[in-house]
Design a protein around this ligand. Sequence first.
Ligand code: FPP
Length: 251
Amino acid sequence: MAFETRELKEISPQALPKHIGIIMDGNGRWAKSRGLPRTAGHRQGAKVFSEIAKYCRDNGIRYLTVYAFSTENWSRPKSEVDAIMNLLAEYLSDVKKHEEENIRLCFLGEKDPLREDLRRQMMDIESRSAKNDGITVNIALNYGGRDEIVRAARRLAQECLDGKLSVQQITEESFSAHLDTSGQPDPDLIIRPSGEQRTSNFLPWQSTYAEYVFMNVLWPDFTAKDLDKAILEYLHRSRRFGGLDRQEKKS
Ligand code: FPP
């Protein structure tokens, strides 16, 4: 589906954010306000995620990263954790659909603590969808930004111990290459719906220069129009990278 907002239909594709991150927040409140169980909010949230991913793909956004489950979310009741994992398994099980959708799926976060069937599905879909070039969608699952940085540091340390890398070769570039987002551009725009104004351990290394847009809508109510609003806000802000804005830097 093409952009719904007129100004965006006219914008040059290069001006659009290449990578958008979304903290999908407010599922519980959405459900509570309807007298429904929290899991109903997650179900609606998963549906919205699927629609927004296709909308991003159709409008030239190259990367989308969504926060589906944080390292801290294990402290929720088991029934809620299971429901979120089941929604993910359900989404991933439709392999044929993903082939038709031309979406490349990747996962950020540590896979080991996840249940075996989900891990297998995740690895399967990562390799099966690797050639899809409509958009890359990263699902952050058992993800924590600090945890990701620690895992990268451990890998670099091990490579130093193994003599594959010298300490001087630890640079911002080599560090980035050891993160879960290795090879991908950093997010330009991070959206957090639901009225909360926190970053909650979401892509701390990668979001150093990102624009944050906090919105009052709850994630299960989030629409294509809301995404348009966030992109317009991003376009209206002047972007500065240590003195030069992006246009100046490019020329
Ligand atoms: C935060 O809202 C949301 C989560 C912890 C889970 C997000 C998961 C999904 C949307 C489903 C994932 C499925 C796919 C296919 C990606 P909250 O529960 O903290 O809401 P609250 O702050 O209102 O309680």
